[in-house]
Design a protein around this ligand. Structure first.
Ligand code: NAP
Length: 254
């Protein structure tokens, strides 16, 4: 169903994993999608090929987040690509998905790890949104990819969990701020999803089974599980939901 026809979406971290799944789904629903990535050009190209094969429309935008000029560079390319297609800089959907993990219990945390996690997962996102608001259309959508680690204690990655907690707080405040423009702001909180991010944690069948057992469905999440929720939040059907953090963990640790 073409629920996003005529819409333009920017999905950060769409070269791999959950972001790729989201970009594909939004394109399948009819949106023109900017596939942002950090450095893995081959993976971004693969996402574009998959979208092309589905009959969708997309282009890639490269920008490293968590460094000083990352956000401006991203929008410069994004707007340049739109202009090449005869489009203005306005867009409709921003999905803040790019993120990094960082395993460290409290005694292992270093200032460098703390700064890096907050720079990529939290700081960059605030300024991505701030800059987006210049051109995000009224009635638009902002969707932040958070984590179930904000609900389920996860001391194995304490600072990572904190970066996502800050994201949830940001989501709440922003939803109130942008209500008068009809822009909804929500977060989606996955549990363990099969992606490169946690490949090392599920290196053996036993380790994988332990992670799968977090969910009442006894399996790991798939990028499509998250993408379908994001596609709903991106659509008009979700217009009465804002400021929410939607658990997308397959009922992990209920
Ligand atoms: P992933 O497979 O590791 O992919 C990460 C994506 O983000 C890639 O597209 C990567 O680009 C991009 N990226 C990472 N650091 C970047 C940087 N500094 N600058 C620009 N781009 C950067 O991750 P994932 O598992 O799909 O995770 C996506 C989101 O879901 C993250 O926010 C993560 O915290 C959240 N999440 C994941 C899980 C899980 O179990 N996987 C659970 C809860 C929440 P390149 O390909 O160019 O490197």
């Amino acid at each position: 169903m073409d629920t996003l026809g005529g819409k333009t979406a920017l999905v950060t971290g769409a070269s791999r994993g959950i972001g790729r799944g989201i970009a594909r789904r939004l394109a399948q629903k009819g949106a023109l999608v900017a596939v942002h990535y950090g450095g893995n050009e081959a993976a971004a190209r693969e996402t574009l090929d998959l979208i092309d094969r589905d009959g969708g429309r997309a282009f890639a935008v490269r920008a490293e987040l968590g460094v000083s000029d990352g956000v401006e560079g991203l929008y410069a390319q994004f707007e340049g690509e739109l202009a090449e297609r005869g489009e203005g800089p306005e867009f409709d959907i921003l999905v803040n998905n790019a993120g990094i993990s960082g395993s460290a219990r409290i005694h292992e945390v270093t200032p460098e790890l703390f700064d890096r996690l907050f720079a990529v997962n939290t700081r960059s996102l605030v300024f991505l949104v701030q800059r987006a608001l210049k051109n995000l259309r009224d009635g638009g959508r902002i969707i932040n990819v958070s984590s179930a680690a904000t609900r389920i204690a996860y001391p194995e990655s304490v600072v990572y969990s904190m970066t996502k907690g800050a994201l949830n707080t940001f989501t709440l405040a922003l939803a109130k701020e942008l209500g008068e423009r009809g822009i909804t702001v929500n977060a989606v909180s996955p549990g363990f999803v099969e992606t490169d991010m946690n490949a090392a944690r599920r290196a053996t069948p036993e380790a994988e089974a332990r992670l799968a057992a977090w969910s009442v469905f006894n399996r790991l999440g798939r990028p499509t599980d998250i993408a379908d929720i994001v596609a709903f939040l991106a659509s008009d059907a979700s217009r009465w939901i804002t400021g929410q953090c939607i658990d997308a963990s397959g009922g992990s640790h209920l």
